[in-house]
Ligand binder design. Structure first.
Ligand SMILES: [Zn+2]
Length: 53
C-alpha cells in the first residue's frame, strides 16, 4: 500500500483558484503558508495561501 503523502493546495486569494501544490512539512504545518506566485487566472503575481482540502 502506497504511503499517503500529505499535500497542501495553494490557492490564489484573489480568484480562489488552486494553482500550486506544496508538500506538507513540519514548517508548513506550523504556520500558514503564504506565497507570492503567478496566477494564470489573474494574469499577474498574487498572494497564494494554503487551503485545507
Ligand atoms: Zn488569481
Amino acid at each position: 500500500m502506497a504511503a499517503k503523502k500529505p499535500f497542501l493546495k495553494v490557492q490564489c486569494v484573489t480568484c480562489k483558484t488552486t494553482n500550486y501544490f506544496a508538500k506538507k512539512t513540519k514548517a508548513t504545518a506550523e504556520k500558514k503558508l503564504e506565497l507570492k506566485k503567478f496566477c494564470s487566472t489573474c494574469k499577474k503575481h498574487t498572494v497564494h495561501k494554503e487551503t485545507k482540502k
